[in-house]
Ligand binder design. Sequence first.
Ligand code: FMN
Length: 159
Amino acid sequence: MIKAIIYHSNTGHTFEYAKLLSEILKIPYYSLEETNLPIKKEDEIIYLSWICAGKITKLKQVQKNYQIKCIGAVGAYNKSEKYLEELKSGNQIQSPCFYLQGGINYQKLKGISKLIVKMVGKTIPKEEKELVNLFQNGGSFVKKENLKELINYVKEEEK
Ligand SMILES: Cc1cc2nc3c(=O)[nH]c(=O)nc-3n(C[C@H](O)[C@H](O)[C@H](O)COP(=O)(O)O)c2cc1C
């Protein structure tokens, strides 16, 4: 049985997904930063975390400390099978992994991070209008529907 959703968020999108998922699955959610989490090493968890330069942040740490049932990787790019495969191989993931499109919040990004995101934005082909707009102006793609696959997986497993 999955005991908790543990999330790691930089600017809030992953937090929003954790909250939504918790409401739907009725599983408590905790920030990875919280101390004294009421979770034991043998407990199964769902790990939600933001992607930074192709890496699912803090994944190694969480893999060491808990049993990850599945992962929700939150990034700015559009969802695609190709990108998910890249993430899985780049992060050496064995557990089921689901991509969740987050967004960009320029109000919360600071210094070098802001600069990097702006620079990455310039490399996006102009045909991908929605994504170009996201990187130029910020915005959020967080919505319940994006959690559908992850939720279906959990429900099947918990039957
Ligand atoms: C320095 C930096 C690097 C990023 N690298 C990626 C990336 O490789 N792939 C991606 O899809 N999104 C990338 N993003 C976008 C974030 O993953 C996206 O904004 C996500 O929604 C952040 O989640 P959070 O609000 O929970 O922190 C990057 C953002 C920053 C600031």
